[in-house]
Ligand binder design. Structure first.
Ligand code: COI
Length: 360
């Protein structure tokens, strides 16, 4: 039986920010969704409540052992005024995969999706409609049990917060400089790199800091064992267009299976553009550039959408890609993807889901 979603009214609504200069992840809406878990009860007390600080015990296990996972999704104001989501069932599925790896109890994917829709309907005035904007949705789960022994916790909280946002990297399609990291690694096969856990991002910060100091937007991670094969960028998956063919690292157990990554692959197949998921070394990428065959490089992620790469620096050696200009294919994918997300283009894949009826 589905649980009723409670509602706690906020006394005073917040003033909305200027939707024309949102940045990314800086503003939060009036309400959030919350649900608790206790081993004896399961997930209980789903509710939409005012967005406000949480009270947690200092001994809450998340602070000590890091059972924390999250998702990233977006709601778009479509051309016809409706609100729509993009492949949300994939985020629900991946959330449960992250739960599984981190020993967090599974959630009811359909129920959570309906709860997210209900939250968005409550906050429909917060969905921006300007160019490149959306309502970023952040579901997350963490352990709350007050206990200091190392084992899976018996109590958790699941929250969904909403943030009206613009482009992740300043200007949506301006090509970014990326630094190929050799000293630090992000994830190992057998570890947690293939799921969305907070620790992966904590582990990336040192290298990201180094990259920032040198004017790079992001890190390109190599495999942890041989320091040779391309894995992913800090907040996105990566694609290379080499001599008319598109290559992206195949999912090997330490790479995040991005929803946007999957959508790019599907789109390329639909357009009959050759695309391969395979192991690719950084040497091969630089060799392709030396032969004049590296035509485009771009990242793909929910927050970043499509982010053209203008420069890769590896081992003190910088290569300019497509003369620091947006590639034709990157632009085409961006236009198609955002066109579908915003209901301006046909959706032959049935990727979009309207936020209308809520069935809880
Ligand atoms: C997303 O693309 O939604 C992510 O979760 C990446 C995050 C680092 C912004």
């Amino acid at each position: 039986m589905k649980q009723e979603i409670g509602f706690v009214q906020r006394e005073v609504l917040k003033e909305k920010p200027d939707f024309s200069s949102l940045g990314f992840g800086k503003y939060f809406t009036d309400y959030m969704f919350v649900m608790d878990y206790q081993q004896e009860i399961g997930w209980f007390d789903p509710r939409i409540t005012p967005y406000e600080p949480l009270t947690l015990e200092p001994s809450a296990m998340v602070f000590h052992y890091g059972q924390a996972i999250f998702e990233g999704m977006k709601a778009y104001k479509a051309a016809d005024g409706t609100i729509q989501l993009f492949r949300p069932e994939k985020n629900m599925k991946r959330l449960n995969e992250s739960c599984e790896r981190l020993c967090i109890p599974q959630i009811d994917e359909d129920f959570l999706l309906e709860a997210i829709k209900q939250l968005i309907l409550t906050e429909k005035d917060w969905v921006p409609d300007g160019e490149g904007t959306s309502l970023y949705i952040r579901p997350f789960i963490f352990s709350t049990e007050p206990y200091l022994g190392v084992r899976p916790a018996k109590q958790y909280k699941l929250l969904v917060i909403l943030s009206p946002s613009g482009a992740y990297y300043g200007d949506q399609l301006s090509p970014v400089r990326i630094y190929v990291e050799e000293q630090y690694v992000r994830a190992v096969i057998g570890g947690v790199g293939h799921v969305k856990t907070a620790g992966n991002y904590a582990a990336s910060l040192k290298a990201q800091e180094k990259a920032d100091e040198n004017g790079f937007a992001q890190i390109l991670w190599l495999d942890a064992k041989e320091n040779k094969y391309v894995e992913e960028v800090g907040s996105m998956n990566i694609f290379f267009k080499i001599n008319g063919e598109v290559v992206t690292p195949r999912l090997n157990g330490s790479i995040l299976p991005g929803v946007t990554r999957d959508s790019v692959i599907e789109l390329l197949k639909y357009w009959n553009i050759p695309v391969r998921e395979e192991r690719i070394s950084i040497e091969e990428v630089f060799a392709a550039h030396a032969r004049g065959e590296l035509e485009e490089v771009f990242g793909a992620g929910t927050a970043a959408v499509i982010s053209p790469v203008g420069e890769l620096t590896w081992n003190e050696h910088a290569i300019a890609i497509n003369d620091y200009k947006i590639g034709e294919l990157s632009q085409r994918i961006y236009d198609e993807m955002t066109g579908i997300q915003l209901g301006k283009k046909e959706d032959p894949f049935n990727w979009t889901v309207k936020v209308e009826q809520v069935e809880v």
